[in-house]
Design a protein around this ligand. Structure first.
Ligand SMILES: Cc1cc2nc3c(=O)[nH]c(=O)nc-3n(C[C@H](O)[C@H](O)[C@H](O)COP(=O)(O)OP(=O)(O)OC[C@H]3O[C@@H](n4cnc5c(N)ncnc54)[C@H](O)[C@@H]3O)c2cc1C
Length: 387
């Protein structure tokens, strides 16, 4: 394998796998480097599924990006012949004056998106797997759904390799530096050089971007799979919390926190987790993956109160990580003083749905130093003077 490339992509997880696909498809000689062999379960992109939705309660400016992501997900499906995005809809529940329901309605109004308002009773009638507190509001977004996340990473890498990308997996990057007009990337398997570098290191971003100047906090995020009470999930394909019965993905904003989950589609069960909170992780490489009893109890309390017919004790769990930026919005930009280096960081627990459009943006940034996508609100500028 030659060690000189047009572009090196550091990190082939959720976003790096999409970035290398876009760079390779533009005809560049590109090398992707990862310390593991993606898709893997050591970073932020595992655990079967990720929600994808359009009426973005966090900020309406994400909507044009997610609409482009939908187009690109469908293109990846067509190119690989696989189903990646299941458009099962999303039920969101919360106080009428909270963050989620008003945020969904504001984004939908601004971008003319189809969202249905439901009373608590209507929501329970339509989706009998859920309990919705009478004083809460609900919205249903029919175009939302979920992505099969490991399958998506594999699909992007497959397309990248088909377009000529080289992959250097199980290879840890120790450091990188500019050397004249090239970037030299030093790894435990030797040095690689390229004209440009894309960094998509997820929860390791602070290690490989030490000069970023934005504090990133990594949080431990457990996930749980629940089976039907008194029954094997495998035998309950038609119960109300299954895809087969028309159950959507779901997200509840409650005083105890924000909880979300996915309908059952295989014998692993119904996946549920808490979006808010999470212990700070000092080193992503040594995150504690044992069952977190306190978090598990909080999720089980949510399950008992709001989902119909699930056993309280999870049948399986996994541990993932969020990388929080100071304002919980993504950071996507060129590195200050290093116009040959583009990066994405601080996806704050909601970035995967955007993977293909972020890949396209990173490819634009290393190609032309700019992108036509409206990502000004995600740039480093917003932190100027605050860090
Ligand atoms: C539990 C959980 C639920 C989530 N739910 C949703 C959701 O419903 N919808 C949504 O849109 N998003 C969701 N997210 C967020 C989303 O999954 C992440 O933002 C996204 O997947 C992160 O991708 P990444 O490429 O930044 O990180 P990763 O996938 O972790 O990739 C980083 C890669 O860089 C590699 N790397 C790092 N440092 C080095 C080095 N020095 N040398 C070599 N390789 C290196 C790592 O090995 C890794 O493969 C969720 C995240 C979690 C944890």
């Amino acid at each position: 394998m030659s060690n000189r490339y047009d572009v090196i992509v550091l990190g082939l997880g959720g976003i790096g796998s999409a970035a290398i696909c876009h760079v390779a498809r533009r005809g560049h000689r590109v090398l992707g480097i990862d310390q593991f062999s993606p898709p893997h379960d050591r970073g932020s992109t595992h655990g079967q599924t990720r929600i994808i939705r359009q009426a973005y309660f966090e900020h309406p400016d994400y909507v044009p990006l997610v609409l482009r992501a939908y187009e690109l997900w469908r293109e990846v499906e067509a190119a690989t012949g696989q189903t990646l995005l299941e458009q099962v809809g999303l039920l969101e529940v919360g106080p009428g004056d909270g963050v989620v329901v008003p945020g969904v309605l504001a984004s939908a109004a601004r971008h003319d998106l189809a969202v249905e308002r439901l009373s608590a009773a209507d929501a329970e009638r339509r989706f009998p797997g859920f309990r919705v507190p009478g004083n809460y509001a609900a919205v249903f977004e029919p175009t939302a759904g979920f992505l099969h996340v490991e399958r998506c990473v594999a699909a992007h890498l497959q397309l990248a390799v088909q377009a000529g990308a080289a992959l250097q997996t199980n290879t840890a990057v120790a450091s990188w530096s500019r050397s004249g007009n090239a970037i030299a990337v030093s790894t435990d398997r030797g040095e690689f050089r390229a004209e440009r570098l894309i960094v998509a290191a997820g929860p390791w971003a602070a290690h490989v971007l030490p000069a970023l100047g934005v504090p990133l906090v990594v949080r431990r995020k457990p996930l749980y799979w629940f089976a039907a009470a008194g029954g094997d999930a495998a035998t309950c394909a038609n119960w109300p919390l299954s895809v087969a019965a028309g159950c959507p993905t779901f997200l509840y904003e409650l005083s105890q926190g924000v909880f979300y989950g996915f309908p059952q589609f295989d014998d692993r069960g119904v996946k549920v987790a808490r979006h808010s909170g999470g212990e700070t992780v000092a080193d992503a490489s040594t995150v504690d993956r044992a069952l977190d009893a306190a978090d598990c109890d909080a999720v089980a309390d949510f399950v008992e109160a709001h989902l119909v017919g699930l056993a309280r004790r999870p049948r399986d769990h996994a541990t993932c990580m969020y990388t929080m930026s100071p304002d919980e919005h993504f950071v996507v930009d060129l590195l200050p003083g290093e116009p040959r280096v583009a990066f994405v960081a601080g996806l704050s627990g909601h970035g995967y749905k955007f993977a293909p459009v972020l890949g396209e943006i990173l490819a634009d940034l290393v190609d032309a130093g700019e992108t036509k996508h409206p990502v000004g609100f995600l740039g480093l500028d917003r932190f100027a003077g605050s860090t």
